[in-house]
Design a protein around this ligand. Sequence first.
Ligand code: PHE
Length: 456
Amino acid sequence: MSIRTSMHGQWSSRLIFILAATGSSVGLGNIWKFPYMAGQNGGGAFVLVYLICIFMIGAPLLMAETLIGRRGRQSPINSLETLAWDEGRSRSWRMVGVIGILASWLIISFYSVVAGWTLAYSVRMGTGALDGVTAAGATSIFNELIADPERLLAWHTIFMVLTVAVVSRGVRSGLEQAVRVLMPLLFMLLLFLVGYSALKGDFTQTVDFLFTVDINAITPATVLMALGHAFFTLSLGMGAIMIYGSYLPADASIPRVTIQVMLMDTLVALLAGLAIFPIVFTNDLPLTKEVGLVFQTLPVAFGQMPGGMFFGMLFFILLVFAALTSAISLLEPIVAWLVESLSLKRVHAAIMAGFSSWVLGIVMLLSFNHWAFEFDFLGQTRANGLFDMFDLVTTTFLLPVGGFATAVFVGWILSKLVVIDELGGHGVFFRVWYFLIRYAAPLAVALIFLNAIEVV
Ligand code: PHE
């Protein structure tokens, strides 16, 4: 086992790592992004490719990133550099961590804006403003929100301050408790929503839409979107899982903990789809609702059920927490790196990182109103200017590049002995995993990418 320890501390147990990593992976990606991406990219075809990517590429990479973190015990940039150096390889491997930091900075800026919407909706539910709302009403209420930069700025600012506050205190205090109670609660509420939607909405059509695969709908673009989303939803390719792995106790089994995280994340995404689409179908909403989908559907369901405003408020508050536990993991690699490299105090590093993301977030929120413009991406029209561009650049480019490099690093740069030492075994499971990391994952990512940009 590695003899290093992290200067930032360690999780108090294996379970806390599972909770924190689940907190990181389960977030807006599952409940906000997955349903609208499935809607936009042909339903079942997208879901199938997404699931394959999760199991064949995402899960092995989740293990690989945790392994690098635990072995290096530093921020992603410094862990990669140290481990490469240990193996007598180039220190430039740190660049993978640098790309990761760029990706997390871009992601958190738009993530915080969307998380702001969930804050706004918690309040709206709480005040009863959405009681009895119709599908058309919910759509216009959402459109009003995103057309108003001042309101967006206020919510974005509140969310960023919350994130910085938690990260300043260190990921362990506060976060551990929050995740332990709130994640299971969100999960239960989601189950309840699925039940409600199944009773009231068109559940058969939903199941059909999400799980019937039309092979012709699988285009190179769909595959790239599904791959990118697999990275996004598991928090892969930018160092979040690496940094959390660096706080993992030495005796925890990496395969066991990462598989639990992956299963939980996938389940939440599928449940979100099952809760949302029945409302889409019974209300004849278009499938191409994009970024507003969750906000235009769930309020309709809450608006009709008895006690709906209370449940709705609870749901959106829990969603705020799910977003917060993800945002924390987006900021943490940057903060840990600033602390290590510039010897900054954690609070100062958190404020610096948070402030710069907040500024970038302003550009994101203006993309819905003053700075909105349309553009085409792989045959699809995008309406939200720079917001969509940042999302697409990170999801379909930076995260896959980071994932590809991580797989190559663990498969080809780290010696097999180190890898076996961290994973604690070399049975059949290990061999399958090692094959996926060395060959299948990098090859698949490269092919999917080149195929989508029509090189192969
Ligand atoms: N996985 C988070 C979600 O699905 C988003 C995220 C991406 C968090 C990358 C950390 C790193 O909401």
